[in-house]
Design a protein around this ligand. Structure first.
Ligand SMILES: Nc1ncnc2c1ncn2[C@@H]1O[C@H](COP(=O)(O)OP(=O)(O)OP(=O)(O)O)[C@@H](O)[C@H]1O
Ligand SMILES: [Mg+2]
Length: 875
């Protein structure tokens, strides 16, 4: 499994990280696309999501091979894929790198931006697999660089950036007592090239911006810069020998002393004491001994280193506070960017620690890849060809295995009051003379100053000078005591921080045993790192340096081959070919690949396993079934994985199809119901409005029509009544004339009856014309009918009212009827008048008859007129 997780980054110079590249690799599995660190980052992230296991990317390679750049790519990748919008914590994680690089990186002969410390960045994820924060563990900052740099090398970047900013900004120069770079001895121990002031000043701005992103208050930032400036001033103190035993300050030192006291907020006398006197603890009594000039100079260097290293450690802890994931970030993906194997012309204690780290990681790698692998094969009864690999255990043992090892012998010397480098070397030669990984020196002449260790990556000769002193790491307790009462809040805080680091120390202060030595601390740190790595799923990125000239597009084959060999890549390729790198427990295998089988139930797991593999047509040489596990070669695993993914994908599509259909159907039905409801409501509303409008219109028409009919009928009835009265009048006269002609009167009566029946017909017709209107309404609801009935005019009442009233009608038709009636009455009056003169002569009777005859005709005409008028109106 592990061997797949190795990625060799050759020719880093051609790599570039853009969001487009990132999206190219996102969601693709390792091996699908061309090798890239993004593919490793993606695989590790996918593994966190799928398997819920912590991951670790171990990035190794020579100095300048691209470990730090790779770390940044991985962080950038993780930040990009876990969220579309860059969150504050992601920004803080990326900016933390800017600060760490400024304070922990420096120019060396091998790399212009060489990390002079190791770091393990644990990017923490929450339950939703989003970045929640980051925890940084730093390892062994190279302190010697503060006070001394070899030819062509530089101090830490931040020193130049601060001084350059001071040159640009007088305010900053004043507040931090800054001078030009040439002024400081700590910046000029070697002949390095000229400083590009504007570039350094720009970088300074980037650092202050990063501080702001990490929400570090301004007074703290100022405090950090004050410490840096003090360190630079410390380098300029020259001292003066008084009598060989006592040291004092030279005249030119006063400016440095007052500047440092000011910057650190210390009492000037206290500070002078720190520089000139040493306190030692003899059986609980603290004795002060004046320092000789050489000791004072060394003490001053130690003070500068202590200040810088404490500031650096404080910064790391501050960054951790800012990016702390809290309770949510339980899962993590760790990225280990640790110093690469180093072999210079002059190697010291730092190189021993660095190479020891690489040995330790190499052993972890070997153990994981080869030793563990082969012991599992044996346990499970798998047939395999033994894979030879370079086991570095003996080398590691010589450095760290108690009771007698390099570090133990060194610590021994550190705990001795008169411990020295030569005594340490002598002990080493005696102890390890016969050890296969030890040599006494490059040649006989250097046996008293050197020793050599054969590391997995080659032989390294170490110059023993300064080993004891560097390992002792003289702590500046007195100085930090004074600093704890400083006026500057940051300086106070920094002094307390020193106490935390050695909180477990059981030795009294000032004694030579008061603290763990540097190597002890480092060993513990490394062991806990290995413990963390052992509980993670490791991924390896081997960075290969293409050339030694720091040039792009230049490729040295022999250099690359050497690196491939000692980084174990060649061995890895071998074991990948010969071994079975993927092992899965029966249960896990069945759970994972059962989906490829039609029948899911089985009796014998081994048979079922081989069925799965046979059905998938896997060559039998590429897999083996052990006692509890199945062992696969990469080709088989890849194929099985791809088949599994295809099957899952197909099934997922089917499930999605059904689910989508179900959702669509559900939503369609809901929408349809909603639409129908709306339609019903709308139609009801529209019909109701229409009905109400029609009903109102009908009522208006009915009322008007009935009014007109009623009025006309009333007028007709009135006329009938009048005619009736007139006839009665005439009857009276007829009574007088009965004797004259009874027959004629009977005719008259008949005529009148006829007229009345004509009028009755008219009335019937009117009623008939009103009826359809009423009939139309029969379909309406009972309520509506009731309403209409309410609105209906009581015709009888109207008739009575109209008959009794003498109302005058504006209507022309009524007027016409009135006129005709009046004329009729008038004619009748005249005729009656004439009848008064009838004396019973036969001639006169016929005259009378003639007079009477026209009446029925006239009345009928009148009735016809009324009838015609009514009919016209109706039309
Ligand atoms: N992928 C890359 N793309 C472009 N330049 C790169 C890349 N990787 C490395 N480099 C160049 O190589 C230089 C050295 O890379 P880097 O600082 O990452 O090396 P390193 O392995 O961390 O070295 P050290 O052990 O000294 O810290 C970088 O400053 C950069 O100029
Ligand atoms: Mg680096």
């Amino acid at each position: 499994m592990l061997h797949r997780r190795l990625f060799v980054l050759i020719d880093n110079l051609s790599c570039g990280a853009t969001n487009q590249h990132i999206s190219e690799y996102h969601t693709f599995k390792l091996g699908d696309l061309s090798p890239h660190v993004f593919a490793i980052a993606e695989a590790a992230y996918t593994s966190i999501v799928d398997d819920n296991i912590n991951q670790a990317c171990v990035i190794s390679g020579e100095s300048g091979a691209g470990k730090t750049e790779t770390t940044k790519f991985i962080l950038q990748y993780l930040c990009t894929i876990t969220s579309n919008v860059s969150s504050w914590v992601q920004q803080q994680i990326l900016e933390a790198n800017t600060i760490l690089e400024a304070f922990g990186n420096a120019k060396t002969t091998r790399n212009d931006n060489s990390s002079r410390f190791g770091k393990f960045m644990q990017v923490c994820f929450d339950d939703y697999n989003c970045i929640k924060g980051c925890v940084i563990q730093d390892y062994l900052l190279e302190q010697s660089r503060i006070t001394f740099q070899s030819e062509g090398e530089r101090n830490y970047h931040i020193m130049y950036q601060l001084v350059a900013q001071g040159q640009k900004n007088i305010g900053i120069a004043k507040s931090f007592h800054l001078r030009p770079p040439e002024f400081y001895k700590y910046l000029n121990t070697s002949n390095s090239e000229k400083i590009n002031m504007s570039l350094e000043s720009k970088k300074f701005d980037a650092v202050t911006m990063a501080f702001t992103v990490l929400q570090i208050p301004q007074f703290v930032i100022d405090g950090v810069f004050k410490v840096l400036s003090s360190i630079l001033w410390l380098g300029n103190i020259e001292f003066m020998d008084v009598d060989g035993e006592v040291t004092d300050f030279s005249g030119s030192d006063q400016e440095a002393i007052s500047s440092i006291s000011n910057l650190l907020g210390l009492n000037r006398c206290d500070f002078k004491k720190v520089l000139l006197i040493r306190q030692i603890n003899v059986r609980g009594n603290i004795t002060e001994i004046p320092l000789k000039i050489k000791e004072a100079i060394e003490n001053r260097h130690a003070l500068a280193k202590a200040l810088y290293s404490k500031t650096f450690t404080w910064l790391v802890s501050k960054i951790n506070n800012c990016t702390n994931p809290g309770q949510d970030g339980a899962k993590f993906l760790g990225v280990l960017d640790i110093f690469g194997f180093e072999n210079f012309s002059h190697n010291s204690f730092e190189q021993l620690c660095i190479n020891y780290t690489n040995e330790k990681l190499h052993k972890f790698f070997n153990h994981y890849v080869f030793a563990l692998e082969q012991s599992i094969y044996k346990q499970e009864g798998i047939y395999f060809n033994h894979v030879e690999f370079t086991d570095n255990t003996p080398c590691l043992e010589i450095i760290e295995k108690p009771p007698r090892c390099v570090f133990k012998l060194l610590t021994e010397q550190c705990h001795m009051p008169k411990g020295s480098d030569s005594a340490f070397l002598c002990n080493m030669h005696t102890e390890f003379e016969s050890h296969p990984n030890y040599i006494k020196g490059s040649d006989r002449r250097h046996w008293e100053t050197e020793f050599g260790i054969k590391h997995y990556a080659g032989l390294v000769i170490y110059s023993v000078g300064g080993f004891v002193e560097k390992n002792r790491d003289v702590q500046q307790d007195v100085m930090f005591d004074y600093m704890s009462s400083s006026k500057d809040l940051f300086i106070k805080d920094l002094s307390k921080y020193q106490d935390f680091q050695f909180i477990n120390s059981s030795y009294p202060r000032g004694s030579s045993k008061s603290k763990c030595t540097v190597s002890d601390n480092f060993r513990q740190q490394l062991q806990s790192l290995i413990d963390v790595l052992q509980n993670t799923k490791p991924w390896y990125v081997r960075c290969i340096k293409p050339n030694l000239q720091k040039r792009p597009n230049t490729y040295s084959s022999s250099l690359v081959l050497d690196q491939l060999k000692y980084l174990g890549v060649v061995d890895i390729i071998r074991i990948r070919r010969e071994g079975f790198p993927i092992h899965l427990a029966y249960k896990d295998f069945i759970v994972r690949y059962k989906c490829l089988m039609k029948y899911k139930s089985f009796e014998c797991p081994q048979k079922y396993l081989s069925n799965i593999l046979q059905i998938s047509r896997m060559p039998p040489t590429e897999w083996q079934i052990g006692k509890t596990k199945i062992f696969l070669r990469n080709a088989v695993y890849e194929l099985l994985e791809s088949n599994r993914k295809d099957t899952i994908y197909k099934n997922a599509v089917i499930i999605q199809k059904y689910w989508n259909r179900y959702c669509c159907q559900k939503s369609f039905i809901r929408n349809k119901q909603a639409v129908l409801r709306i339609q019903h409501a709308y139609r009801g509303w529209r019909l109701r409005i229409r009905f109400m409008r029609m009903r109102r219109s009908a009522i208006v028409i009915q009322s008007r029509l009935r009014g007109v009919f009623a009025r006309e009928v009333a007028a007709a009835l009135r006329e009938m009544k009048r005619v009736d009265e007139e006839l009665k009048k005439r009857d009276g006269m007829y009574g007088q004339l009965t004797s004259i002609n009874t027959n004629t009167l009977a005719d008259c009566e008949r005529l009148i009856q006829e007229e009345l029946s004509v009028l009755a017909d008219i009335s019937d017709e009117i009623q008939a014309s009103v009826k359809p209107l009423n009939d139309n309404n029969t379909s309406e609801s009972n309520t509506t009918r009731a309403l209409i009935q309410q609105d209906t005019v009581d015709l009888d009442n109207i008739f009575i009212f109209l008959c009794e009233s003498n109302g005058s009608f504006d209507n022309a038709l009524i007027g016409e009827i009135n006129d005709n009636m009046n004329n009729l009455v008038k004619d009748l009056d005249e005729e009656i008048k004439e009848l008064h003169y009838y004396d019973g002569t036969p001639g006169k009777l016929s005259e009378f008859e003639q007079l009477l005859n026209p009446y029925p005709t006239q009345d009928a005409r009148q009735a016809r007129v009324i009838y015609g008028a009514v009919k016209r109106w109706k039309l």
